[in-house]
Design a binder for this molecule. Structure first.
Ligand SMILES: [Zn+2]
Length: 165
């Protein structure tokens, strides 16, 4: 069992392992970048000037993508997001901070007018779905208020009123 194996790590070993996983250019990040690259998108990576240093930034679409490890960033309902059996308080606090930081970064980015897409590492099993998820965000947004047509004009589909000539 994965849980049993990971639990045998000391806290220092686990921290080192996690630091490595959190490092830049992880396999999931490279996979997402290569997906976007093949689809012809231009993007920047690890942009420090933006909240949370997003992993991928598509300036043209004002969209950022975070590629989150499920364990570290606590993918809800994901079987990878296990809780270590030892040092529970330590991990619970660490996870709480990570989740709070992620939420704060997303909030700040949205306030600055950026769209935020989160890709979870477990989703890399389905690269087509990841691309679809990102591309959905890149489509023109339809949230702007559309003013309804003035009602004084007869609608085109209505039968012509009998005005006479
Ligand atoms: Zn997951």
């Amino acid at each position: 069992m994965l849980a049993a194996v990971t639990d045998t790590l000391t806290i220092a070993e686990r921290s080192r392992l996690m630091a490595k996983i959190r490092g830049k250019n992880t396999a999931p990040e490279r996979a997402v970048r290569s997906l976007l690259h093949r689809a012809g998108y231009r993007f920047r990576i690890h942009v420090r000037g933006l909240p949370g240093t997003p992993d991928v930034v598509l300036p043209k679409y004002r969209t950022v993508v975070f590629i989150h490890g499920c364990f570290w960033h606590r993918h809800r309902g994901c079987k990878i997001a296990t809780m270590p059996h030892s040092h529970v308080k330590f991990w619970a606090e660490k996870f709480r901070r990570n989740v709070a930081n992620d939420a704060r970064h997303r909030r700040k980015l949205r306030r600055l007018g950026w769209q935020v897409v989160v890709v979870w590492s477990c989703q890399l099993k389905h690269p087509d779905r990841i691309l679809a998820k990102i591309e959905k965000a890149l489509m023109p947004r339809r949230t702007t208020y559309v003013r309804p047509e003035p009602v004084r004009l007869p609608l085109a589909a209505e039968s012509r009123p009998a005005y006479g000539r």
